[in-house]
Design a protein around this ligand. Sequence first.
Ligand code: CU
Length: 321
Amino acid sequence: MNFFAIKTSPIAASEFAREWDKLWAYLMAVSVFFTVAICGVIIFFAIRYRRRSDADRPAPTKDGKLLEILGSVIPFILVMIMFFWGAKLYFDARIPPKDAIEILVTGKQWMWKMQHPNGKREINDLHVPVGVPIKLTMTSEDVIHSFYLPDFRKKMDVLPGKYTQMWFLPEKEGRFHLFCAEYCGTEHSLMIGSLYVVSQAEYERWLSTGMTSGSVVAASSEDPVAAGQALWEVHCMAACHTGRPGAIGPNIHHAFGTMRELETGEFILMDENYVRNSMINPNDDIAKGYPAAMNSFRGTLNNNQMNQIIAYLKSVGEGAQ
Ligand SMILES: [Cu+2]
Protein backbone atom coordinates (compact mmCIF):
# COMPACT_ATOMS: atom_id res chain seq x y z
CA MET A 1 0.00 0.00 0.00
CA ASN A 2 1.23 3.44 -0.89
CA PHE A 3 1.39 5.40 2.33
CA PHE A 4 0.83 8.68 0.47
CA ALA A 5 -2.36 7.49 -1.17
CA ILE A 6 -4.45 7.73 1.98
CA LYS A 7 -7.99 8.33 0.82
CA THR A 8 -8.62 11.54 2.66
CA SER A 9 -8.14 13.77 -0.35
CA PRO A 10 -9.57 13.76 -3.87
CA ILE A 11 -7.44 12.22 -6.62
CA ALA A 12 -4.13 13.93 -7.24
CA ALA A 13 -4.30 15.20 -10.81
CA SER A 14 -0.92 16.92 -11.04
CA GLU A 15 2.69 16.68 -9.90
CA PHE A 16 2.00 19.56 -7.51
CA ALA A 17 -0.96 17.68 -6.02
CA ARG A 18 1.21 14.61 -5.40
CA GLU A 19 3.89 16.74 -3.73
CA TRP A 20 1.23 18.47 -1.67
CA ASP A 21 -0.11 15.08 -0.54
CA LYS A 22 3.37 14.01 0.57
CA LEU A 23 3.80 17.14 2.66
CA TRP A 24 0.34 16.64 4.12
CA ALA A 25 1.19 13.02 4.97
CA TYR A 26 4.44 14.14 6.63
CA LEU A 27 2.63 16.76 8.74
CA MET A 28 0.02 14.18 9.67
CA ALA A 29 2.61 11.53 10.56
CA VAL A 30 4.62 13.90 12.77
CA SER A 31 1.45 15.17 14.49
CA VAL A 32 0.00 11.70 15.10
CA PHE A 33 3.32 10.30 16.33
CA PHE A 34 3.84 13.04 18.90
CA THR A 35 0.22 13.14 19.99
CA VAL A 36 0.24 9.41 20.69
CA ALA A 37 3.73 9.47 22.24
CA ILE A 38 3.04 12.41 24.56
CA CYS A 39 -0.39 11.13 25.65
CA GLY A 40 1.06 7.67 26.16
CA VAL A 41 3.91 8.93 28.33
CA ILE A 42 1.55 11.14 30.38
CA ILE A 43 -0.78 8.21 31.08
CA PHE A 44 2.13 5.83 31.80
CA PHE A 45 3.81 8.23 34.25
CA ALA A 46 0.52 9.11 35.93
CA ILE A 47 0.01 5.46 36.73
CA ARG A 48 3.65 4.48 37.37
CA TYR A 49 4.42 7.40 39.69
CA ARG A 50 1.04 7.87 41.34
CA ARG A 51 1.10 8.79 45.05
CA ARG A 52 0.93 5.61 47.06
CA SER A 53 1.54 6.96 50.59
CA ASP A 54 1.72 10.34 52.35
CA ALA A 55 5.44 9.95 53.21
CA ASP A 56 7.67 12.63 51.67
CA ARG A 57 10.04 10.68 49.43
CA PRO A 58 11.40 12.91 46.64
CA ALA A 59 13.56 11.00 44.19
CA PRO A 60 17.08 12.31 43.64
CA THR A 61 17.15 14.45 40.50
CA LYS A 62 19.41 13.49 37.65
CA ASP A 63 20.66 15.58 34.73
CA GLY A 64 19.85 14.17 31.33
CA LYS A 65 22.01 16.29 29.00
CA LEU A 66 21.71 13.95 26.05
CA LEU A 67 17.94 13.80 26.46
CA GLU A 68 17.71 17.59 26.61
CA ILE A 69 19.80 18.05 23.48
CA LEU A 70 17.85 15.45 21.54
CA GLY A 71 14.61 16.97 22.81
CA SER A 72 15.63 20.28 21.19
CA VAL A 73 17.46 19.15 18.07
CA ILE A 74 14.99 16.55 16.81
CA PRO A 75 11.91 18.84 16.92
CA PHE A 76 14.01 21.62 15.37
CA ILE A 77 14.91 19.40 12.43
CA LEU A 78 11.32 18.18 12.06
CA VAL A 79 9.85 21.69 11.94
CA MET A 80 12.61 23.00 9.65
CA ILE A 81 11.69 20.23 7.19
CA MET A 82 8.08 21.47 7.39
CA PHE A 83 9.21 25.03 6.82
CA PHE A 84 11.48 24.49 3.80
CA TRP A 85 9.24 21.89 2.20
CA GLY A 86 6.18 24.11 2.68
CA ALA A 87 8.00 27.19 1.41
CA LYS A 88 9.15 25.36 -1.71
CA LEU A 89 5.62 24.22 -2.50
CA TYR A 90 4.28 27.70 -1.75
CA PHE A 91 6.63 29.31 -4.26
CA ASP A 92 5.90 26.58 -6.82
CA ALA A 93 2.21 27.30 -6.40
CA ARG A 94 2.50 31.09 -6.54
CA ILE A 95 4.80 31.64 -9.54
CA PRO A 96 3.17 30.75 -12.87
CA PRO A 97 5.42 29.63 -15.74
CA LYS A 98 6.03 32.21 -18.47
CA ASP A 99 4.45 30.10 -21.22
CA ALA A 100 1.13 29.66 -19.39
CA ILE A 101 -2.16 30.25 -21.20
CA GLU A 102 -3.97 33.07 -19.42
CA ILE A 103 -7.67 32.69 -18.76
CA LEU A 104 -9.77 35.36 -17.12
CA VAL A 105 -12.08 34.19 -14.34
CA THR A 106 -14.82 36.36 -12.86
CA GLY A 107 -16.80 35.28 -9.83
CA LYS A 108 -20.35 36.54 -9.50
CA GLN A 109 -23.20 35.50 -7.24
CA TRP A 110 -23.51 32.62 -8.11
CA MET A 111 -21.52 31.57 -11.11
CA TRP A 112 -18.05 31.43 -12.56
CA LYS A 113 -17.48 33.29 -15.82
CA MET A 114 -14.42 32.30 -17.82
CA GLN A 115 -12.88 34.05 -20.79
CA HIS A 116 -10.23 32.53 -23.03
CA PRO A 117 -7.43 34.52 -24.74
CA ASN A 118 -9.38 34.75 -28.01
CA GLY A 119 -12.40 36.15 -26.20
CA LYS A 120 -14.46 33.01 -26.04
CA ARG A 121 -16.51 32.75 -22.89
CA GLU A 122 -18.08 29.97 -20.90
CA ILE A 123 -19.94 29.77 -17.61
CA ASN A 124 -19.22 27.27 -14.83
CA ASP A 125 -17.18 25.19 -17.26
CA LEU A 126 -13.53 25.59 -18.03
CA HIS A 127 -11.92 23.91 -21.03
CA VAL A 128 -8.14 23.69 -21.07
CA PRO A 129 -5.62 21.79 -23.19
CA VAL A 130 -3.65 18.98 -21.58
CA GLY A 131 0.06 19.48 -20.84
CA VAL A 132 0.06 23.27 -20.94
CA PRO A 133 0.28 25.41 -17.80
CA ILE A 134 -2.88 27.43 -17.23
CA LYS A 135 -2.79 30.78 -15.46
CA LEU A 136 -6.06 32.11 -14.09
CA THR A 137 -6.34 35.84 -13.51
CA MET A 138 -9.36 36.25 -11.29
CA THR A 139 -11.61 38.94 -9.96
CA SER A 140 -15.11 39.25 -8.53
CA GLU A 141 -18.06 41.41 -9.50
CA ASP A 142 -19.57 41.40 -6.03
CA VAL A 143 -18.39 39.58 -2.91
CA ILE A 144 -15.40 37.44 -1.98
CA HIS A 145 -15.38 34.05 -3.69
CA SER A 146 -12.68 31.43 -3.78
CA PHE A 147 -11.71 29.38 -6.81
CA TYR A 148 -10.93 25.82 -5.83
CA LEU A 149 -9.63 22.90 -7.89
CA PRO A 150 -9.49 20.12 -5.29
CA ASP A 151 -7.87 17.55 -7.59
CA PHE A 152 -5.02 19.99 -8.24
CA ARG A 153 -4.75 21.16 -4.59
CA LYS A 154 -5.08 24.74 -5.75
CA LYS A 155 -7.32 27.36 -4.19
CA MET A 156 -7.25 31.14 -4.31
CA ASP A 157 -9.52 33.88 -3.05
CA VAL A 158 -11.33 35.87 -5.74
CA LEU A 159 -11.80 39.45 -4.61
CA PRO A 160 -13.88 42.40 -5.81
CA GLY A 161 -11.77 45.30 -7.11
CA LYS A 162 -8.56 43.34 -7.29
CA TYR A 163 -6.90 40.60 -9.35
CA THR A 164 -5.53 37.43 -7.88
CA GLN A 165 -3.77 34.68 -9.75
CA MET A 166 -3.52 30.95 -9.65
CA TRP A 167 -1.97 28.41 -11.99
CA PHE A 168 -2.01 24.70 -12.55
CA LEU A 169 -0.65 22.13 -15.00
CA PRO A 170 -3.24 19.64 -16.25
CA GLU A 171 -1.44 16.35 -16.89
CA LYS A 172 -4.18 14.10 -18.11
CA GLU A 173 -7.44 14.48 -19.94
CA GLY A 174 -10.66 14.22 -18.03
CA ARG A 175 -13.31 16.08 -16.12
CA PHE A 176 -12.54 17.57 -12.72
CA HIS A 177 -14.53 19.48 -10.14
CA LEU A 178 -14.28 23.19 -9.58
CA PHE A 179 -15.87 24.91 -6.62
CA CYS A 180 -16.41 28.19 -4.89
CA ALA A 181 -14.78 27.58 -1.53
CA GLU A 182 -15.87 30.77 0.25
CA TYR A 183 -19.41 31.13 1.53
CA CYS A 184 -20.79 33.89 -0.68
CA GLY A 185 -24.54 33.93 -0.15
CA THR A 186 -27.62 31.74 -0.28
CA GLU A 187 -26.76 29.92 -3.50
CA HIS A 188 -23.09 29.47 -2.74
CA SER A 189 -23.51 25.71 -2.92
CA LEU A 190 -24.60 26.00 -6.56
CA MET A 191 -21.42 27.82 -7.51
CA ILE A 192 -19.80 24.70 -8.87
CA GLY A 193 -18.63 23.59 -12.26
CA SER A 194 -16.36 21.36 -14.26
CA LEU A 195 -12.85 21.61 -15.54
CA TYR A 196 -12.50 19.76 -18.84
CA VAL A 197 -8.95 18.83 -19.72
CA VAL A 198 -8.93 18.01 -23.43
CA SER A 199 -6.30 17.33 -26.10
CA GLN A 200 -4.56 20.26 -27.79
CA ALA A 201 -6.46 19.59 -31.01
CA GLU A 202 -9.79 19.42 -29.26
CA TYR A 203 -9.07 22.63 -27.37
CA GLU A 204 -8.24 24.42 -30.63
CA ARG A 205 -11.43 23.09 -32.16
CA TRP A 206 -13.43 24.05 -29.09
CA LEU A 207 -11.97 27.57 -29.10
CA SER A 208 -12.94 28.16 -32.70
CA THR A 209 -16.33 26.49 -32.83
CA GLY A 210 -17.74 27.07 -29.40
CA MET A 211 -19.66 23.84 -29.00
CA THR A 212 -18.63 20.82 -27.07
CA SER A 213 -20.54 18.33 -24.99
CA GLY A 214 -21.56 19.44 -21.54
CA SER A 215 -20.60 23.04 -21.98
CA VAL A 216 -22.90 25.89 -21.23
CA VAL A 217 -21.64 28.53 -23.57
CA ALA A 218 -23.14 31.93 -23.17
CA ALA A 219 -22.73 35.55 -24.10
CA SER A 220 -20.94 36.92 -27.08
CA SER A 221 -17.29 36.14 -27.65
CA GLU A 222 -15.58 39.36 -28.56
CA ASP A 223 -11.85 39.72 -28.87
CA PRO A 224 -10.83 41.36 -25.56
CA VAL A 225 -7.78 43.05 -27.06
CA ALA A 226 -9.74 44.70 -29.87
CA ALA A 227 -12.51 45.71 -27.48
CA GLY A 228 -9.89 47.09 -25.09
CA GLN A 229 -8.24 49.11 -27.84
CA ALA A 230 -11.58 50.66 -28.78
CA LEU A 231 -12.23 51.59 -25.16
CA TRP A 232 -8.73 52.97 -24.79
CA GLU A 233 -9.35 55.33 -27.69
CA VAL A 234 -12.96 56.22 -26.88
CA HIS A 235 -12.14 57.18 -23.32
CA CYS A 236 -9.41 59.58 -24.33
CA MET A 237 -6.74 57.49 -22.75
CA ALA A 238 -4.75 57.42 -25.95
CA ALA A 239 -4.77 61.21 -26.06
CA CYS A 240 -3.61 61.57 -22.47
CA HIS A 241 -1.15 58.71 -22.23
CA THR A 242 0.69 58.76 -25.54
CA GLY A 243 3.94 60.18 -24.26
CA ARG A 244 3.83 63.09 -26.70
CA PRO A 245 5.36 66.32 -25.37
CA GLY A 246 2.77 68.19 -23.34
CA ALA A 247 0.63 65.11 -22.70
CA ILE A 248 -1.37 65.35 -19.49
CA GLY A 249 -0.52 61.85 -18.32
CA PRO A 250 2.49 59.56 -18.41
CA ASN A 251 3.05 57.23 -21.33
CA ILE A 252 1.66 53.93 -20.17
CA HIS A 253 0.81 52.66 -23.63
CA HIS A 254 3.78 50.34 -24.06
CA ALA A 255 4.70 49.92 -20.44
CA PHE A 256 2.78 46.97 -19.04
CA GLY A 257 5.06 44.82 -16.92
CA THR A 258 7.57 47.63 -16.27
CA MET A 259 8.34 49.48 -13.05
CA ARG A 260 6.78 52.96 -12.82
CA GLU A 261 8.25 55.76 -10.75
CA LEU A 262 5.76 57.58 -8.54
CA GLU A 263 5.66 61.14 -7.25
CA THR A 264 6.60 59.76 -3.83
CA GLY A 265 9.85 58.38 -5.26
CA GLU A 266 8.63 54.81 -4.91
CA PHE A 267 8.49 52.37 -7.78
CA ILE A 268 5.47 50.25 -8.58
CA LEU A 269 5.04 47.38 -11.01
CA MET A 270 2.55 48.13 -13.76
CA ASP A 271 0.48 44.97 -13.50
CA GLU A 272 -3.24 44.16 -13.61
CA ASN A 273 -3.86 45.50 -10.12
CA TYR A 274 -1.98 48.74 -10.77
CA VAL A 275 -3.93 49.47 -13.95
CA ARG A 276 -7.26 48.58 -12.42
CA ASN A 277 -6.68 50.62 -9.30
CA SER A 278 -5.49 53.58 -11.37
CA MET A 279 -8.78 53.53 -13.28
CA ILE A 280 -10.83 53.42 -10.08
CA ASN A 281 -8.64 55.48 -7.74
CA PRO A 282 -6.42 57.54 -10.05
CA ASN A 283 -4.97 59.59 -7.21
CA ASP A 284 -3.56 56.62 -5.30
CA ASP A 285 -0.35 56.31 -7.31
CA ILE A 286 0.55 59.56 -9.06
CA ALA A 287 3.23 59.15 -11.72
CA LYS A 288 6.35 61.21 -11.17
CA GLY A 289 6.26 64.56 -12.94
CA TYR A 290 2.54 64.56 -13.72
CA PRO A 291 -0.39 66.34 -12.09
CA ALA A 292 -3.22 64.45 -10.41
CA ALA A 293 -5.50 65.29 -13.32
CA MET A 294 -7.17 61.98 -14.07
CA ASN A 295 -10.83 61.35 -13.34
CA SER A 296 -11.99 58.09 -11.88
CA PHE A 297 -13.62 55.58 -14.19
CA ARG A 298 -15.61 54.14 -11.33
CA GLY A 299 -19.13 53.68 -12.62
CA THR A 300 -18.08 54.54 -16.17
CA LEU A 301 -16.30 51.33 -16.98
CA ASN A 302 -17.64 48.00 -15.80
CA ASN A 303 -15.56 45.04 -14.69
CA ASN A 304 -15.52 43.50 -18.15
CA GLN A 305 -14.44 46.74 -19.81
CA MET A 306 -11.59 47.20 -17.33
CA ASN A 307 -10.47 43.66 -18.12
CA GLN A 308 -10.53 44.52 -21.82
CA ILE A 309 -8.43 47.64 -21.37
CA ILE A 310 -5.93 45.63 -19.35
CA ALA A 311 -5.88 42.94 -22.05
CA TYR A 312 -5.12 45.61 -24.64
CA LEU A 313 -2.37 47.27 -22.59
CA LYS A 314 -0.87 43.85 -21.99
CA SER A 315 -0.89 43.02 -25.68
CA VAL A 316 1.03 46.17 -26.59
CA GLY A 317 3.07 46.41 -23.40
CA GLU A 318 4.85 43.27 -22.38
CA GLY A 319 8.26 43.06 -23.96
CA ALA A 320 7.75 46.30 -25.83
CA GLN A 321 10.49 48.06 -23.90
CU1 CU B 1 -18.80 32.14 -4.37
